[in-house]
Design a protein around this ligand. Structure first.
Ligand SMILES: [Zn+2]
Ligand SMILES: [Zn+2]
Length: 234
């Protein structure tokens, strides 16, 4: 089934940051489903289903420059489309406004990586609720989030990497190479990982405090005590 992910986008050229929000994923329950996008309402609440759970729940943004009914996404013949449904402050696809105020636009095809903007910053206030929404659209990338040939092969290579290390060094910390030595949870495909030059592997989120600690760019491996220069030329 077609899937869509809306990721917050910060334009480096714009003077003020756009609305911050958590990435939103939708996998359509049926080919004819429509994802409605508008201002957040307490009545509808916000639903953030797991990326692989089919849902066409409406998407709500907590911004006053987003209209109650702003735009819609749907998929036809494998291609995602967007239209403005009569918003007052406009829907922009790669900086081009789709329709005049309060008028519905024609459908426009959306490609993976396109930037969609909802509304324009309200100049009267600095608060987040007056910011426009800018988002990068990811189309049909669900295959990357589940097991596939590429990420399974990469994961196996990583495990083999640390297996070789165990034989050579016989160090006990790396005998459980399928686990992160920091959180003790398993290391699996589709996770963000960090691999040190000594071939020890952790979840990026777990090792980050050590990476960016006071010793930066020197990194002391918590498993084998090897020191690496993270800024060394490759
Ligand atoms: Zn971990
Ligand atoms: Zn190490």
């Amino acid at each position: 089934m077609p899937s869509l992910r809306l990721v917050p986008h910060q334009d480096p050229r714009s003077a003020r940051p756009s609305l911050t929000f958590t990435s939103i994923s939708r996998t359509l329950p049926s080919a004819s489903s429509v994802i409605r996008v508008g201002r957040y309402s307490d009545r509808e609440g916000s639903v953030n289903p797991a990326p692989n759970v089919p849902s066409d729940a409406p998407v709500g943004f907590k911004s006053k420059v987003v209209s109650r009914k702003h735009c819609e996404f749907w998929c036809a013949n494998g291609r995602w489309h967007i239209k403005d449904v009569g918003s007052s402050s406009g829907t922009f696809l790669n900086h081009i406004r789709l329709s005049q105020p309060n008028l519905e636009s024609r459908p426009f095809p959306v490609n993976d990586g396109d930037i969609v903007q909802l509304g324009i910053d309200f100049r009267g206030g600095e608060e987040m609720i007056f910011r426009c929404v800018k988002m990068r659209v990811e189309c049909n990338r669900g295959w990357q989030k589940s097991l596939n040939n590429f990420n399974v092969t990469t994961h196996k290579r990583l495990r083999n990497l640390s297996k070789g290390l165990t034989k050579k060094d016989g160090d006990t910390a790396s005998t459980h190479s399928s686990e992160c030595a920091i959180c003790l949870m398993s290391i699996a495909p589709c996770q963000s990982l960090f691999v040190a030059p000594c071939s020890h592997v952790w979840h990026y989120k777990c090792i980050r405090p050590i990476l960016s600690g006071s010793n930066w760019p020197q990194f002391l491996c918590p498993n084998c005590r090897a020191v690496a220069d993270l800024e060394a030329d490759v």
